[in-house]
Design a protein around this ligand. Structure first.
Ligand SMILES: [Fe+2]
Ligand SMILES: [Fe+2]
Length: 275
């Protein structure tokens, strides 16, 4: 199965060296290297999806937990349609290409980042075909067509990253660089859990932090650099294991969609060295 090789570098990359208090590689590297998976959706190995309509649905599992839970890529062939189903946990979807039609007739297109609240039910179709990213940490179970409500929009939120409104991320540490977000479906703004769009201005870096659960994200535009020198580029879908400690830097700015499955804890923020 296609997966981008990660080649850690031996020292802190040059882009990080203008920061004081840069954590030592011994703090960050072991957790970053452990269990990280990077798949670029444009180069995915599409295999039959083991549920739903297997003729129309293919997928590339990145973190598959069974029963539909996990972080994975799905592709729907033109004319494909899902069975009615229910999401036991918050579900986040990013339309990467093509169109997806929801059971209330709403048409979602490229760039739409959609969240469904736990307990919501619907069915979808893709007359023209589509590729999408899916993230959820609960089972997806069968439902009746009658379970899909006409007022589905009440349990659904959507923002398109191309034209989303961004505001300052609410839980930035003191002295942290400004980082912006569009809160599609944050479940807890104190812990950072949920599904939302994040924008790094050019030169911005996040504070050193630790993830209690999986951190997963897709680079929608630009590049993001982790302290081991790994550069995540447009289309990369990244899964980091619980226990990861890192901070990320974007030399030229980037837009990502973040899927945060557990609390994140800021370890310390950094100050840029005086010029
Ligand atoms: Fe669904
Ligand atoms: Fe992180």
């Amino acid at each position: 199965m296609w997966q981008r090789a990660v080649v850690p570098v031996a020292k802190t990359p040059a882009v990080m060296q203008d920061y004081a208090n840069t954590p030592t590689p011994e703090v960050v590297m072991p957790s970053l290297a452990k269990g990280r998976t990077i798949v670029n959706w444009r180069h995915a190995d599409w295999a039959p999806y083991p549920a739903l309509n297997a003729d129309a649905y293919t997928w590339h599992p990145i973190r598959a937990m069974g029963d539909g839970a996990g972080f994975y890529l799905m592709r729907v062939a033109p004319g494909g349609a899902s069975e009615p189903h229910r999401h036991e946990a918050l579900e986040g979807i990013v339309i990467l290409e093509g169109e997806l039609v929801d059971s209330d007739g709403t048409v979602f297109g490229e760039g739409d980042c959609i969240a469904y609240q736990p307990g919501s039910a619907h069915h979808t179709a893709s007359p023209k075909g589509c590729s999408m990213l899916v993230w959820t940490n609960g089972a997806i179970t069968a439902a009746d067509a009658d379970d899909a409500p006409a007022d589905l929009a009440k349990s659904r939120a959507c923002a398109n990253w191309h034209n989303a409104d961004f505001s300052l991320y609410p839980s930035l540490p003191a002295n942290g660089d400004p980082i912006y977000w569009n809160d599609v479906a944050c479940q807890n703004s104190d812990t950072g859990e949920g599904f939302y769009i994040v924008k790094f201005p050019p030169g911005a870096a996040s504070a050193l932090h630790e993830h209690m659960g999986n951190e997963e994200f897709t680079i929608l535009k630009g590049e993001l650099v982790d302290p081991d020198g790994s550069v995540y580029r447009s289309g990369d879908c990244v899964s980091l294991e619980p226990g990861t400690k890192h901070f990320s830097h974007s030399p030229n700015g980037c837009v990502t969609v973040a899927c945060i499955s557990g609390p994140l804890r800021t370890i310390h923020s950094r100050k840029k060295k005086a010029a």
